[in-house]
Design a protein around this ligand. Structure first.
Ligand code: SAM
Length: 217
């Protein structure tokens, strides 16, 4: 793994193993804010929710969710699955915590949290990190929001299959939402096959579209 500076000044990671970067080169923070916070978390109309993230990675989506939950008075129960945890060396150098003065400690707490344990950090945010693959893990029932942030379907087609979307769908409450940066046609068809209703939304800088999928009520 190597650090990369993206156009909005936030770091992301390049994975040599997948020959893929974790976020958009146009801005890691900008992309996460747009796809997961503004189009996902901010679009829910409840004060308490369970969130499941595919690919915990740098913890950026968890950090943004925790900060947002505190600002809006929400209560978030966050579960993230990750097969390849980011190394301590990279986490020591990545600049994501420093982008949020006053919240730096949150970033460190997210990463210090032990895998496989639920940790209640404060009134607004609890975390359960699952180490393993999305393909094998048990997703806790009752999810209200899913951040689908796997590597692209070109690199990991097995994670974007109808079977995987079925598994996620089954863990979600009626009316729950899944957001992802990818809007490829066959990915949308796989989501529809699993039962989701699809909405295409404007993407973050550099991407025309993203997807918000909803489990019908
Ligand atoms: C596009 S990156 C996004 C990471 C994270 N959401 C972030 O903002 O840093 C995709 C993530 O999925 C993880 N991943 C790859 N294969 C996986 C699998 N089979 N199950 C769970 N996570 C996986 C990668 O290690 C990486 O952290």
């Amino acid at each position: 793994m190597k650090l990369l500076l993206t156009e909005d000044g936030s770091h992301t990671i390049y994975s040599e193993h997948f020959d893929e970067i974790y976020h958009s080169r146009r801005g890691a923070l900008t992309e996460s804010q747009h796809v997961f916070i503004q189009s996902g978390l901010a679009a829910l109309d409840t004060k308490e929710m369970s969130i499941f993230e595919v690919g915990f990675g740098t913890g950026l989506n968890a950090l943004l969710s925790w900060i947002y939950a505190g600002q809006q008075g929400l209560k978030v129960h966050y579960t993230g699955v990750e097969l390849y945890p980011v190394s301590k060396e990279i986490l020591n150098e990545i600049n994501l915590a420093s982008l949020f003065p006053g919240h730096e400690e949150k970033f460190h707490k997210l990463h210090q949290a032990r895998w496989g344990e639920t940790i209640v950090f404060d009134d607004h945010f609890s975390l359960h990190k699952l180490q393993g693959s999305l393909t094998d893990c048990t997703i806790p029932d009752g999810q209200d929001l899913v951040y689908f942030d796997a590597f692209s379907p070109d690199k990991q087609p097995e994670l974007w299959s109808a079977e995987i979307f079925h598994k996620i769908y089954d863990s979600m409450n009626p009316g729950a939402v899944l957001v992802t940066y990818c809007s490829k046609g066959y990915v949308r068809r796989n989501m529809q096959e699993a039962g989701f209703m699809i909405e295409k939304l404007p993407g973050p800088p550099g991407k025309r579209e993203m997807v918000r999928a909803r489990k019908p009520l």
